[in-house]
Ligand binder design. Structure first.
Ligand code: AMP
Length: 335
């Protein structure tokens, strides 16, 4: 690993970063795939979490909803156990160094590299009025990471290519202009459950999915019940964990397994009907969400609290971000 900063004579705790884009409301997949791993990591690593509101501007957006989702996502991270005394939590737009470094890194990235990104191809396909920022956001993502001398970035498969780009840009910049950035490495979190949409179990559950198939973290118990009881299954009756042949039932078993910390195949044997399985899923999801929703309710009573945490988080890392940008500016030849 390349350590570029001067003050690194003694080893420091591994630093990790995670961003959550407020492109919609957080859902169960975010909890199991991103929030829980981050909350448990914060005890052994120097953890930075940011709500990537700038990334939410790359697709059509509603300003009012973006503001609400930014605060809601941050509040839910805290409610789910992110400890602002231990970890840093801030909103990306609250640290202008992200955008300043973004531009400098754009000058070390080729157009062809950005155009090759699978996410760009997928998200722009068939869409009118594609925003230029959709093409360049992987470079902003590189800036998000390089800004903080990050050692490790937990990435799922869909973000691996972007992390590779961040590494390529860092290595290139360092080679051309002198050692400036820590080159981050990807870490692939222990395979957490991949939660699928309840109404279409061939698609991943997502923040931007239709309401019927998505279990939002702030859904009240009756909404959870309604959505789970209507979840798509199949024409058989046997409860068996077989994602290829029975994606709907397998997804319900995955959700139950993620809630209980158990194995889906083993759980399948305990149910004799789909109705019984669904009822167990409702109970388990409600049980997982209950404390998070209760804590979120407490936080929401003081509307200024979350904003204050975000501002304090940004203030804590501002000095380091400024130092990184200063290094990059000097290296690239700015006065
Ligand atoms: P997104 O909401 O798509 O920006 O995803 C943010 C992160 O949440 C991803 O990198 C995953 O780690 C996690 N995630 C989102 N949706 C799911 C899902 N359906 N199943 C498991 N993890 C998910």
């Amino acid at each position: 690993m390349t350590i570029a900063t001067a003050a690194t004579t003694s080893p420091r705790t591994t630093r990790r970063i995670t961003g959550l884009t407020p492109s919609g409301r957080l859902q169960l997949g975010n909890l199991f795939g991103a929030i829980h791993p981050t909350v448990s990591d914060q005890h052994g690593t120097d953890t930075i979490v940011f709500v990537s509101d700038l990334h939410a501007l790359t697709l059509d957006h509603d300003p009012r909803r973006l503001r609400a989702a930014t605060l809601e996502n941050a509040g839910l991270l805290l409610a789910a156990g992110l400890d602002p005394r231990r970890s840093v939590l801030y909103a990306q737009s609250g640290l202008p160094e992200h955008t300043e470094l973004h531009y400098l890194l754009e000058c070390a990235t080729q157009y062809g590299e950005a155009r090759r990104m699978i996410q760009f191809k997928e998200k722009s396909a068939g869409r009118a009025g594609v925003r230029l920022s959709l093409l360049t956001y992987p470079v902003l993502m590189a800036a998000d990471i390089l800004l903080h001398d990050i050692d490790e970035v937990p990435v799922g498969e869909d973000q691996s290519q972007h992390l590779e780009l961040a590494r390529d840009v860092a290595v290139r910049f360092n080679a051309r202009y002198g050692k400036t950035f820590v080159v981050p490495r990807a870490v692939h979190p222990r395979l957490a459950a991949r939660i699928m949409d309840l109404a279409d179990p061939t698609r991943k559950m997502s923040k931007t999915g239709a309401d019927a198939g998505t279990l939002f973290l702030l859904d009240p118990p009756d909404a959870i019940r309604r959505k789970v009881m209507r979840a798509v299954t199949d024409g058989e009756r046997e409860v068996r964990y077989d994602p290829a042949a029975k994606p709907g039932v397998a997804n319900l078993l995955e959700i139950l397994a993620a809630c209980l910390g158990e194995d889906p195949t083993r759980l399948a044997g305990g149910f004799s009907s789909y109705g019984q399985l669904k009822a167990a899923v409702v109970d388990a999801v409600c049980e997982v969400l209950r404390p998070i929703q209760a804590r979120y309710g407490e936080l929401a009573r003081d509307p200024g609290y979350v904003q204050a945490v975000l501002a304090e988080g940004a203030a804590r890392v501002h000095g380091r971000a400024q130092a990184t940008v200063r290094r990059a500016r000097e290296a690239i030849g700015l006065i």
